[in-house]
Write a protein that binds this ligand. Structure first.
Ligand SMILES: [Fe+2]
Ligand SMILES: [Fe+2]
Length: 388
């Protein structure tokens, strides 16, 4: 995971260096809007209307020429990614057995899939949040009884998606700012992660899955500024989109006997037989059980098959949100947050096409902020976690 992040930022650094060198020689930075404003026209007031129109046309032609000069070169940018090298995976017998996936599928169909238990104290908080009208002080009182949970909320609120540059250590400020739905989503994620806190084999993997979900949530809420009408809903869907993977881990540990230690790293790639096929269904199963909003459930269920699924009943917003989560997931993985990814160009993905991404300078500028958002926010999170 750290190696992936390291190589991503090394490549980003090389790209940056290359662009600065080009700037030294040419005075323009590829991809950046280097349009220089045309000099102020003298004596405009005296000009007639017709002359102004001719000037405007010249302006346009000039701007067009300038744009062509600073043509977007895909390989200069993080969103055109060459992929992480494939590594040879060890054989993990239980996970290589087809009957394991079959049994999980059967449990989902028969409504026998285990739900992740929400601890008593979290459940009480959830009940208050589910009331039509509630007092944040009641929620704060309950959250305060669990120092680890307080830490979790403070980490998120200071993750600058919400912090607006000021460090907040007070739940009375933090919770209302997060809002009811995000508090609930964080409580579900927190409970799911805690299920594995004493599991020697799966704890690190569970933490990695949650970190991937968190990076996806940051990206989807950022992209929603342009490509989806509800950034909060996008954050929530991003946060919960792979919750089914934690559900599957829980179902596996309930049913099978696993060793407590293995001499290789437990990565998501080892779960290729069970995760890709089942995690969306397991996720929507859990989210339905937790009474999450229907559009979010639909995005959890269809964040991989949005292109083939008929959203007639789920609605246009569900389709858009599913595509947005799919794209944010790819971006998070490019940045080393999540499972390995092959070569990809964001603009060629079905999700970017569905959302209407256009490869122009404005979009490129917008996308250029994403690595910093993910990297800095994650670093802040890690730092805050160490302080706790
Ligand atoms: Fe997924
Ligand atoms: Fe994902």
């Amino acid at each position: 995971m750290h190696d992936k992040k390291g190589s991503f930022f090394f490549l980003a650094f090389l790209n940056g260096l290359q662009r600065r060198i080009i700037y030294l020689f040419t005075g323009t930075i590829p991809g950046e809007d280097n349009k220089k404003e045309l000099p102020e026209k003298q004596g405009n007031a005296e000009k007639k209307e017709g002359e102004n129109t001719v000037d405007a046309k010249k302006d346009l032609a000039h701007k067009k020429e300038k744009k062509e000069e600073t043509k977007i070169v895909d390989t200069d940018y993080w969103w055109c990614f060459e992929g992480y090298p494939a590594t040879e995976l060890p054989v993990f017998e239980i996970l290589s057995d087809d009957r394991v996936a079959e049994e999980l599928r059967r449990k989902l169909e028969a409504d026998e899939f285990p739900v992740i238990e929400i601890p008593e104290n979290v459940m009480r908080t959830m009940q208050i949040l589910n009331k039509h009208e509630f007092d944040y002080n009641e929620v704060i009182d309950l959250v305060r009884r669990s120092p680890a949970m307080v830490g979790e909320f403070i980490k998120v609120i200071n993750s600058s998606l919400y912090s607006r540059g000021v460090v907040i250590n007070d739940l009375r400020v933090a919770l209302p700012r997060l809002g009811k739905e995000n508090i609930k989503a964080l409580l579900y994620m927190y409970s799911s992660k805690m299920t594995f806190s004493t599991d020697m084999l799966f704890n690190d993997l569970a933490v990695d899955i949650v970190e991937h979900c968190y990076a996806t949530a940051l990206i989807s809420s950022y992209l929603a500024q342009i490509y989806y009408p509800d950034p909060d809903g996008a954050f929530l869907a991003g946060l919960m989109h792979d919750i089914g993977k934690l559900g599957i881990l829980k179902a596996l540990t309930d049913t099978y006997e696993f060793p407590t230690h293995v001499d290789f790293e437990m990565t998501e790639d080892l779960f290729d037989k069970v995760f890709p096929e089942l995690h969306e269904r397991a996720g929507s199963y859990l989210a339905t059980h937790w009474k999450v909003n229907e559009t979010i459930i639909s995005a959890i269920q269809h964040h991989h098959d949005f292109n083939d699924y008929d959203f007639t009943l789920d609605g246009e917003l569900a389709r858009q949100l599913s595509a947005l989560i799919n794209l944010s997931d790819i971006m998070a993985r490019i940045m080393g947050k999540g499972r390995r990814i092959d070569a990809v160009n964001i603009f060629d993905t079905p999700a970017a096409k569905m959302l209407g991404f256009e490869k122009d300078h404005e979009t490129v500028k917008f996308l250029e902020n994403i690595p910093e958002i993910v990297y800095l926010k994650s670093a802040e999170r890690e730092q805050n976690a160490k302080k706790k």
